[in-house]
Ligand binder design. Sequence first.
Ligand code: NAP
Ligand code: GDD
Length: 325
Amino acid sequence: MSNKRKTALITGITGQDGSYLADFLLAKNYAVYGLERRSSQKDRQNIQHIMGKIKMVSGDLLDEASLVHAIREAKPDEIYNLAAQSFVGESWKQPVYTGEVTGLGAVRVLEAVRQVDPKIKFYQASSSEMFGAVRETPQTETTPFYPRSPYGVAKLYAHWITVNYRESYGLFAVSGILFNHESPRRGLEFVTRKITYTAALIKQRRAKELRLGNLDASRDWGFAGDYVEAMWLMMQEKKPRDFVIGTGETHTVREFVEEVFLYLGLDYKKYVKIDKKLLRPAEVNYLKADASHVQRELGWKPKTDYKALARLMADADMAAVAHER
Ligand code: NAP
Ligand code: GDD
């Protein structure tokens, strides 16, 4: 085995997972490049702490030429395609855009890999949203897909195109089918972070209520910092394979709210208001992973349980809100 320092290119480095993956790969002594779009307002909050250690290359999943340039510049051994329009709710408002970025974006990266160097390994951020109206429980690598949103459909395209490029061209291309994973770096529009941040505002008397949609949906929630290790492990395999990554435990949105509010010494029933505008045109009611395959084959399992996750996010938001004062 060569001792050459490996190089990784991460699309979506400014997001939750991209930033944790960058931390993880730097600790493994990788040279890390991050793809960043120039058109967006620069938001480097998640990667501010490592700006001196990573290199940024400009590019956009909508523009294949930019991806070719970025790959030529970074010369990566591994590409992690984490960039996406990742908010399910927004995908009904921007269905075509979501298809372009989240779906076709993946094939643009794969084509750029083929053009520049087909030996580069490719990771695709697939999603449990592809299971949608679930056909069986828990969901495994062989559970049939039934996406329930433009986002889920776009992710399914990206998933199958990754499988097809592996089978058609022999690329080392893998998909991690990840269940929901959260952290203090999660965007405020996602339900767990919305809950912990608003609960912290309420606790510090800066908000009076928390408006939510469907409290009955169940999710298999894990900690993002744990999940990036599974991505990396998949890329170190001899043969490219897809894996389901999750905890095997599921909780409703209501349970998550209750857990967080109780931890902060609050009665959620006094503050939570149901807002019909936050209901989705179609809902994914119940997700629960069977992650026994990844545990058996790669020795990966989550380190942070559901309660610890809720508490670490609540603690981080209590500190953030106090700091914002
Ligand atoms: P996130 O925080 O929303 O990050 C998305 C990233 O994509 C951001 O860095 C964003 O950059 C970038 N991006 C968006 N559009 C782009 C474009 N046109 N070109 C280049 N970059 C673009 O998402 P995340 O939670 O870290 O998730 C990472 C990936 O895993 C996503 O593909 C998501 O769909 C998938 N996934 C997430 C979960 C989960 O529970 N978190 C579960 C399964 C799968 P800007 O800063 O410029 O906006
Ligand atoms: N965002 C949000 N806001 N969701 C709410 C709210 C609210 O006010 N009220 C209830 N929910 C419910 C949603 O209807 C959904 O059933 C659940 O909370 C989780 O919503 P999100 O946190 O937005 O996540 P998601 O499950 O739709 O999607 C996330 O996980 C996927 C993996 O399964 C995203 O990270 C996707 O990118 C990811 O692929």
